[in-house]
Ligand binder design. Structure first.
Ligand SMILES: [Zn+2]
Length: 308
């Protein structure tokens, strides 16, 4: 049963011939153990970090700890900078570890500004461990792995549109509490980060998770935010992108029907669309992915975190 569904979805980005090859490629995939969320304190700094794992594709939630002497803390990790304010209500601060991040030690630069005006700068080591992502290797006829040349211009235009949408960071947090699955009754596949090889060459990395459900199943907003894209795209079909603020975006694809439009404000749990198989997909499912600034991360890593 699971194998049959997986065949359909793992084959969804490719042709019928390639999908047939997947019959043999899929059974080696095993659902990975999901680690529990852990919290660490940074000695001498009024912050705590929560995450499932320090690995590529994971999300780190940063929370402030009680310290009346602190006004704000600026953080820098790899290419991402974040500010934690200690005045007013708690603010959500998320850092992403990109799916393609090299497993190694990174230094997080932490600048604490105190109310007396003094500043301290410290570096703390965060060791990002290796992660094994699933892989499928498909043997297809030369030329079958790529989109037809007449679609190249459309694909390029749509990639630029998505990049410009994801590049526009809203300065305010729009979400409310933790993220939830947009399709909780569906069957998620452990295919985040899956490397898809065609004829032994890496053709693509799967940047989201696929969740199987019958066509027409309602899909809901994973958190509050603003719809910043609601369009029919070549690869992901009928697609929605929701901006949750501070560079956090969720992306949903392959719908049969879109029920919101660009500019709409949605609440967590609002109906946004129905499951379908538009775009490069041979069976009904939801493709769900998350971007945090420049990091592509596992949506279930984000949904595991106890956001306030
Ligand atoms: Zn997908």
């Amino acid at each position: 049963m699971a194998d049959r569904r997986m065949r359909r979805f793992f084959g969804s980005a490719t042709s019928g011939a390639a999908a047939a090859v997947l019959l043999f490629a899929v059974p080696s995939l095993v659902r990975p153990e999901v680690p529990a969320v852990q919290t660490i304190l940074i000695p001498g700094v009024a912050l705590e970090l929560s995450f499932r794992a320090l690995q590529p594709g994971e999300v780190i939630l940063v929370k402030r700890r009680e310290d009346p002497s602190v006004r704000r803390i600026d953080l820098r990790l790899r290419t991402q900078t974040r500010r934690v304010e200690f005045d007013g209500k708690s603010r959500t601060v998320l850092l992403g570890i990109d799916v393609a991040a090299r497993p190694q030690s990174y230094f997080m630069e932490i600048t604490t500004e105190r109310r007396d005006g003094s500043k301290e700068n410290v570096f703390r080591k965060l060791t990002v461990g290796p992660k094994e992502f699933p892989e499928t290797n498909l043997t297809v006829a030369p030329g079958m792995a790529k989109a037809p040349p007449e679609e190249a211009e459309r694909i390029k235009r749509e990639a630029a549109l998505v990049a410009s949408v994801l590049g526009a960071v809203s300065p305010e947090w729009l979400g409310e509490g933790p993220f939830v699955s947009p399709l909780p009754e569906g069957e998620p596949f452990p295919n985040f980060g899956q490397r898809r090889l065609y004829n032994n060459e890496v053709a693509s990395t799967h940047m989201g998770v696929d969740i199987s459900a019958p066509e027409g199943t309602p899909v809901r907003a994973d958190n509050a935010g603003r719809v910043v894209l609601a369009s029919d795209l070549y690869y992901s079909g009928m697609t929605i992108i929701i901006d949750h603020g501070l560079g956090v975006f969720t992306f949903y694809g392959h719908f049969s029907k879109i029920l919101v439009k660009r500019g709409d404000l949605v609440k967590k749990g609002d109906l946004i669309a129905e499951v379908g198989h538009t775009g490069r997909s041979t069976g009904p499912h939801l493709h769900w992915s998350v971007r945090i600034l420049d990091s592509r991360v596992d949506p279930f890593s984000l949904a595991a975190l106890p956001l306030e």
